[in-house]
Design a binder for this molecule. Structure first.
Ligand code: 48H
Length: 255
């Protein structure tokens, strides 16, 4: 067979095989930002089948912008052990841990993938699957981002889950979908509050966890849901929130 045909056949065969295995997962994480990728590593290490769906063709979410495009981000020392788990290097200045934005992106992604999580790029979650008796979020509805951008009407596909994690940052995409489409679940996002880094960092971790049966929140989606202060380009809260949501899900799914 010609190389051109072999390339096509190999890609389609391998991708189809893998995608069909992903029709049902333990945990679907929506968003490959800092909180989602941190959660993915710890969930996958616990033996759960984890898929991250990211609408862009790259991971990292808000990390890449650093602080107003200065290419460094900072963390509180409370997140040191998470940075160490991922092998992220840091220096210390003014009592803060300082990280290169690009290194943080690369190593969070590498850590999540090496632990067994799958990251699907260029795919957007546009809806949730709901089941009744008991009422719960039972899956995500996925479409290629290119289809969204094209404006074509193409029906999406569903992925069934035991847990969905909204790690979509300020968009809080999944929380907003559930709020609008399943009002009986009583999810009412308040929108994040004004800047207060110290309180924002503390509260985002404290409020991380289950939203409604089958749906969990991590990272800035938590701040958007509960009206918590924003914190600017400090990422310890995102890392600690990602680890926290993983712990909550592991407890709920594995006992
Ligand atoms: C697929 C989607 C969808 C969708 C969105 O914004 P993120 O970096 O999210 P977090 O919460 O891990 O980190 C927040 C942090 O970056 C930040 O913004 C901070 C700390 N702000 C503080 C402040 O003061 O403003 O990543 C979310 C990811 C992105 O990559 C999106 O592309 C993706 O989610 N995403 N992917 N389907 N429907 N919606």
């Amino acid at each position: 067979m010609e190389l051109d045909a072999l390339i096509t056949r190999t890609i389609i065969e391998e991708a189809s095989k893998e995608l069909s295995e992903l029709s049902s997962v333990d945990v679907a994480i929506v968003g490959a930002g800092p909180s989602g990728m941190t959660a993915a590593k710890y969930l996958a290490e616990a033996g759960l089948k984890v898929l991250i769906v990211e609408r862009k063709l790259s991971f990292g979410g808000g990390i890449g912008g650093g602080g107003m495009l200065f290419h460094k981000v900072v963390s509180l020392k409370e997140a040191k052990s998470i940075l160490d788990d991922f092998g992220v290097r840091y220096s210390e200045r003014n009592g803060l841990l300082v990280t290169d934005a690009s290194e943080l992106i690369a190593k969070l992604a590498s850590g999540a993938i090496s632990s067994g999580a799958k990251i699907l790029l260029g795919a957007s979650v546009e809806d949730v699957v709901v089941r009744t008796n008991p009422l719960r979020i039972a899956g995500i509805v996925v479409q290629w981002s290119a289809i969204h951008i094209s404006g074509l009407h193409v029906d999406p596909l569903s992925i069934m889950t035991r847990a969905v994690v909204d790690a979509t940052g300020h968009d809080a995409s999944i929380i907003r979908i559930v709020s609008k489409k399943v009002p009986e679940l009583g999810v009412n996002p308040r929108g994040a509050g004004p800047m207060d880094a110290a309180r924002g960092e503390e509260l985002v971790v404290k409020y991380t966890g289950k939203v409604v049966p089958g749906l969990y929140a991590t990272g800035m989606a938590v701040a958007e849901l509960h009206g918590l202060p924003r914190m600017g380009p400090i990422f310890s809260g995102m890392l600690l929130s990602g680890k926290r949501v993983a712990e909550v899900i592991i407890r709920d799914l594995k006992g």
